[in-house]
Design a protein around this ligand. Structure first.
Ligand code: ADP
Ligand code: MG
Length: 261
């Protein structure tokens, strides 16, 4: 499904920074008129290149707030966030969006594909803002679709694809600018259990190739496919542990029945 031996797909190439993500005493407040929500209450975290981290925690515990800051979609109220050694709080909005486009791939629960646009065009979209030619953008988009096992679906529209295929298109789109990290917020939240494991198979294989992955999920069976598990509670990290003997999604798939289609 995921073919990945080419040098092109070696995500760790040229990166020797000791940490991809370094977060220190991060706080986030949301001001809503007279009330103030303290969503993150002093979060510290280091993520090294090639890590695969799952983030768990009850609804409202701060997971998405944290991911949005990691993805440079939002800024912390206080504390430091260094992305590959770059102190993001000093950056302007424009610089942040440039970093986001270059270094971060985002995958969401709802796929967020453009409906009247083919798989290939959806994946090409982020390359339009990168400084590469149209032809190179298309080449990279095809390569990313091949990487997620969809080289035969490039001309399909989202409505012609299954949920799992749509999420793969979203993953390909997240990868097309060759980011340093892939951030996934509940990427399997809308998928059945077999399809969820297929998506984890894609993520495990990309991680094998050196891509750093941070994944939010509320499902323990999904979290166990990562190498490290973090638990949020009330805006703080309450547990951070290495996952021992994590299963390979490709092996689990062999034990799961295929849905007839
Ligand atoms: P999770 O993803 O773990 O469910 P969130 O990070 O979405 O948690 O939310 C953490 C807390 O911050 C919650 O109390 C939530 O209501 C609040 N919150 C999240 N986003 C906003 C926002 N844009 N404005 C105000 N409050 C928010
Ligand atoms: Mg959330």
């Amino acid at each position: 499904m995921v073919t990945s031996s080419k040098a092109e797909t070696n995500f760790s190439a040229g990166r020797d920074a000791a940490t991809v993500i370094q977060v220190e005493d991060l706080h986030k407040y949301y001001d809503l008129g007279e009330t103030r929500v303290h969503a993150l209450r002093g979060v510290d975290l280091q993520v090294e290149p090639g890590a695969f981290v799952s983030v768990m925690g009850a609804s409202g515990s701060g997971k998405s707030t944290f991911m949005n800051i990691l993805g440079c979609l939002d800024k912390p109220s206080s504390g430091r966030y260094l992305l590959e050694g770059i102190e993001t709080s000093r950056l302007s909005k424009k610089e942040l969006s440039a970093i986001r486009n270059r270094k971060i791939g985002f995958v969401f629960q709802g796929f967020n594909l453009l409906p009247r646009t083919t798989a290939l065009e959806n994946v090409e979209l982020p390359t339009l803002y990168a400084r590469i030619s149209k032809a190179e953008g298309e080449r990279r988009a095809r390569e990313a679709l091949t990487l997620v096992g969809l080289s035969d679906r490039t001309e399909h529209f989202p409505s012609q694809l299954s949920g799992g295929q749509q999420q793969r298109v979203a993953i390909a789109r997240a990868l097309v600018n060759r980011p340093s990290i892939l951030l996934a917020d509940e990427p399997t939240g809308n998928l059945d259990s077999r399809t969820s494991v297929e998506i984890m198979d894609v993520l495990q294989k990309l991680n094998d190739d050196g891509l750093t992955v941070v994944l939010v999920t509320h499902e323990p069976e999904i979290a166990q496919f990562a190498k490290r598990s973090i638990l949020f509670r009330d805006g703080r990290i309450r547990r951070d542990e290495r996952i021992q003997n994590r299963p390979r999604a490709s092996e689990v798939l062999e034990t799961l029945p295929r849905l007839e289609d």
